[in-house]
Design a protein around this ligand. Structure first.
Ligand code: SF4
Ligand code: SF4
Length: 346
């Protein structure tokens, strides 16, 4: 009997669109590698709409919009959402650094148009010292103010990624002070249940430490290092799998952190190929098959099948960091291929 069974196949569930990699913040902890991308490139809206219909036909039932900063290209979102709604595709909450609210009028027009197309997914606002080096907290407060004129504030969430929680709460309090000056009377933070109550609406927040690889070097004190033991089957039917479509229509195998760094994860080009053909080909890739069955800890098991090559005690910030270490090493990949043959002989 084989030591490892590889029954599950690579099975994406949805599409992540990157309308642009450009951003206004260039945060130190960003998982996009800005040096690798053409920041002037924007995804063509007609292409994105075509991909939406093509994806739906083969069972890709949800979409995410991310970047870069999506509000640098608001027409993309405004054009795509009505089609996603027509196709009954789930639209996940997009992240934003609130850049659009640097101009209240522009933000107000954007939210009004979103309301008109019956947008319901909300946004995830990024607040932390890395972001606020470039994005003043008053823009975030402005975003909340303008958004609240058209939508329930409880459809917003806040994500904060920094090593020092107290610094994050200082920013939350700064934002609250600005909102109070704008006439919001009832605002308080519930640290136990992790939400900010604003005029009766709960905005949930999440705080975590940054992960590697990041765009710029992160010191050990900025991240949380842990041993990676068992990992989720990240690319399989039992895991989360989103095809990651870049502005030039190159497609990557997943939408995880490390995804944007290594060419190994590029699985096709939607200018020349269809989703269906790309997925069919990707199912044949043995490395992705291991990931679909055991996640990156499984990749490490295959690497270490005959001798310990990568120390299982080594610490990482996140499972994708381990994945990157393995797939970015050609020697490791050769050993895994060989060990896969051994496994098949069991
Ligand atoms: S973390 Fe978000 S806001 Fe910061 S550079 Fe990356 S995409 Fe831009
Ligand atoms: S572990 Fe690897 S395949 Fe899985 S989500 Fe992360 S980078 Fe993608």
């Amino acid at each position: 009997m084989k030591k490892y069974e590889l029954k599950e196949e690579y099975t994406p569930r949805g599409i992540v669109f990157i309308p642009t990699f450009n951003c206004t913040a260039f945060c130190k902890h960003c998982n996009n590698d800005f040096k690798k991308h053409d920041l002037s490139q924007k995804m063509d809206i007609d292409d994105a709409v075509r991909l939406l219909y093509e994806g739906k036909k083969i069972g890709l039932n949800s979409i995410q919009l991310t970047g870069g900063e999506i509000t640098l290209y608001p027409e993309f979102m405004l054009s795509l959402i009505p089609h996603a709604k027509k196709l009954a595709m789930r639209v996940c909450k997009p992240p934003t650094n609130a850049y659009i609210a640097s101009d209240s009028k522009k933000a107000s027009e954007f939210f009004l148009k979103l309301k008109e197309i019956d947008y319901t997914s909300g946004f995830r606002l990024s607040i932390d010292p890395y972001h606020q080096e470039k994005i003043p907290i008053k823009w975030v407060a402005n975003f909340i103010l303008e958004y609240g004129k058209h939508f329930k504030l409880s459809s917003l969430t806040i994500g904060s990624s920094y090593y020092d929680k107290e610094e994050i709460f200082k920013l939350y309090n700064e934002m609250i002070d600005i909102l109070k000056k704008q006439g919001f009377s009832e605002i308080k933070i519930d640290k136990e249940k992790k939400f900010i109550l604003i005029n009766g609406f709960k905005i949930k927040y999440g705080i975590w430490k940054p992960t590697r690889p990041a765009w710029q070097e992160l010191e050990d004190y900025e991240v949380e290092l842990k041993k990676i033991e068992k990992t989720m089957r990240c690319l399989g039917p039992k895991g989360v799998g989103y095809l990651w479509v870049e502005p030039d229509l190159k497609v990557r195998v997943c939408s995880c952190n490390g995804n944007t760094f290594l060419d190994f994860y590029i699985i096709g080009d939607l200018k020349k190929e269809k989703f269906e053909d790309i997925i069919k080909r990707t199912k044949q890739n043995k490395i992705f098959k291991i990931l679909a069955n055991y996640g990156p800890a499984g990749l490490r098991d295959f690497l270490n099948l005959k001798e310990i090559i990568l120390d299982p005690e080594k610490k990482y910030t996140f499972m994708c960091e381990l994945c990157n270490e393995i797939v970015g090493n050609k020697e490791y990949l050769k050993i895994i291929e060989k060990n896969l043959e051994e496994n098949d002989k069991f």
